[in-house]
Structures are given as structure tokens and as C-alpha cells.
Write a protein that binds this ligand. Structure first.
Ligand SMILES: C[S@@+](CC[C@H](N)C(=O)[O-])C[C@H]1O[C@@H](n2cnc3c(N)ncnc32)[C@H](O)[C@@H]1O
Length: 259
């Protein structure tokens, strides 16, 4: 199979060309309910989920970035249903991470502003690769840690706090023109995720030369960042128009990159 290429077709077709246990990571964001009109294409969620399980290597991770539509006064909970289905077919729900938008579109009505989407991490067994992103610790040096003994007694233990620690599983991103990406062309697609999100996830779950697959390539964010990070990649995008946008975006890779 040709690597570093966007296949302009249904992802089920692309995956049918892949052997079992083929890719090191999947990073993707599916069409959310019918929240946006992706040129009227439907997607066969259950078939795609099973194929994703088949083509991922054991101990590899699938990142599924998703949110729900509000319909007749209720959130659809499609994202939860999908998560439960992934579990049913053999994935571990390794971590429910949050993609927090610092500056979301305001929400009207009797609801708080919708600030987040899920970034479900599903794994085929325990992940092989985990390169945690670190943040600075506030307080360095020796600290007293409290823990409760079996009989409820309080014990104190001295621990050394290091300079940095792995960050929490809520990832904060500002979004929008010139922020999610500097590539103007990408905004011809209605639903891109930020380049920094792609960077953080690819960094965490892969190493150089690994193969990253995005079954819903959209404007090409995963491809661009994977290429910048010396990973191999494959993408599927069903719309010829979006495939063209992604290909044009990749042509300008060197000039406009965030990284
Ligand atoms: C949420 S968007 C992905 C956006 C992408 N993460 C980005 O940053 O640009 C989902 C994409 O999936 C595509 N799509 C829908 N059904 C598909 C299918 N069966 N196979 C491949 N692509 C599909 C849509 O055309 C749309 O571009």
C-alpha cells in the first residue's frame, strides 16, 4: 500500500486494502451526527469501527475526537454509544480525554456554553508507546504526601517533587482563523481540529517512522502534522473537494507550518 497518500474514497475501501495489525495509531474525527453537511455522505459507523480494530497493531491506540448534536431538546449521546460499541468489539476505553475549547461558539438557550469535545483513547491492549507531555510542577523539593492506612490511620510520606510532571487529560486549545492552523485553505472545510491537538496526540502515542492513519482526513490536519513529525501516514477522505483542499494544503507545508 502506498504510504503518505490521501485515498479519495470511502475509508472502508481504503482499509480493505490493509492487512491485519498494520497501523501504529489512528487519529481521527468522524462526522458528528448530521451537525454539518459533509456533502451528504453517510458513514457506516459499526463497520468502520470493526475495521479500525482489525488494522490497528496490538497495543496501538485510536484517538476518536467527537461531540454530540442537540436534537429535540436533548444531546444525542452518539459519542457515548460509539464509545460503548468500541468496547464491545474488543477495544479498551483507555482514557476519556477532553478537548477543551478556550473560545467556543456561544451556546444559546438554557445551557452553558459548549466548551468541549471528547478525545476517546481506545487501545488494543495496553498501549506500547506513551510519551507523556509534561508540564512544570508548581512546587519543587520535598513534600509531605498523605495516604490512609488499612485501618484508616493517616500516614505521611516524604516525596521529592521533580521539575515537571505529566499533564492532566484535559487539553486546552484556542481555535479559529489563524489559530487552529495558519493555513487559510484549511478553513474551506467546516470542521477542522487544531494542529496542536494532532501534534499532542501523535507525540504521545507514536514514535518517528510509525504509521498514522486518519479515516476521515477532511482538510488534511493529521497528514500535515504527521509528516512534520517524521511519521508515515495514510488518509481517507470521501469528498473529492476536501481531498483537493488537503492536497493543496500539503503542498504549502514548508511555508505556513505552526511547527
Ligand atoms: C470532522 S471531518 C474531519 C476533519 C479533520 N479532522 C480536519 O482537521 O480537517 C470528517 C470528514 O469525514 C469525511 N467522511 C465522511 N464519511 C466518510 C467515509 N465513509 N470515508 C471517508 N471520509 C468520510 C467527511 O467528508 C469529512 O471531511
Amino acid at each position: 500500500m502506498e504510504l503518505n497518500k490521501i485515498y479519495n474514497e470511502d475509508c472502508l475501501q481504503t482499509m480493505s486494502k490493509m492487512p491485519n495489525d498494520f497501523v501504529d495509531m489512528v487519529l481521527t474525527s468522524p462526522p458528528y451526527d448530521d451537525l454539518r453537511d459533509y456533502k451528504g455522505y453517510v458513514f457506516a459507523f459499526e463497520d468502520i469501527a470493526k475495521e479500525l480494530f482489525r488494522i490497528l497493531k496490538p497495543n496501538a491506540v485510536l484517538i476518536w475526537v467527537v461531540g454530540d448534536k442537540t436534537e429535540n431538546g436533548s444531546e444525542t449521546a452518539t459519542s457515548f454509544k460509539q464509545a460503548l460499541f468500541f468496547k464491545e468489539i474488543g477495544f479498551n476505553l483507555h482514557d476519556t480525554m477532553i478537548y477543551y475549547k478556550n473560545n467556543p461558539m456561544p451556546t444559546t438557550g438554557k445551557r452553558y456554553h459548549q466548551h468541549f469535545e471528547y478525545m476517546f483513547a481506545f487501545s488494543k491492549g495496553t498501549p506500547n508507546t506513551f510519551n507523556p507531555i509534561k508540564e512544570q510542577t508548581k512546587y519543587k523539593g520535598i513534600a509531605n504526601m498523605k495516604n490512609r492506612g488499612k485501618e484508616g490511620t493517616l500516614n505521611y510520606e516524604k516525596i521529592e517533587r521533580t521539575e515537571d510532571k505529566k499533564m492532566g487529560n484535559v487539553f486546552f486549545y484556542s481555535i479559529g482563523g489563524g489559530i487552529s492552523t495558519k493555513d487559510k485553505i484549511a478553513f474551506q472545510h467546516p470542521a477542522i481540529f487544531p494542529e496542536q491537538l494532532a501534534y499532542d496526540q501523535i507525540y504521545t502515542w507514536t514514535n518517528e517512522q510509525d504509521l498514522v492513519y486518519d479515516c476521515f482526513m477532511g482538510s488534511g490536519t493529521t497528514a500535515k502534522i504527521a509528516q512534520k513529525m517524521n511519521r508515515n501516514w495514510i488518509g481517507s477522505e470521501i469528498s473529492p473537494e476536501y481531498t483537493q483542499i488537503a492536497e493543496n494544503r500539503l503542498l504549502t507545508l514548508a511555508e505556513n507550518s505552526l511547527f
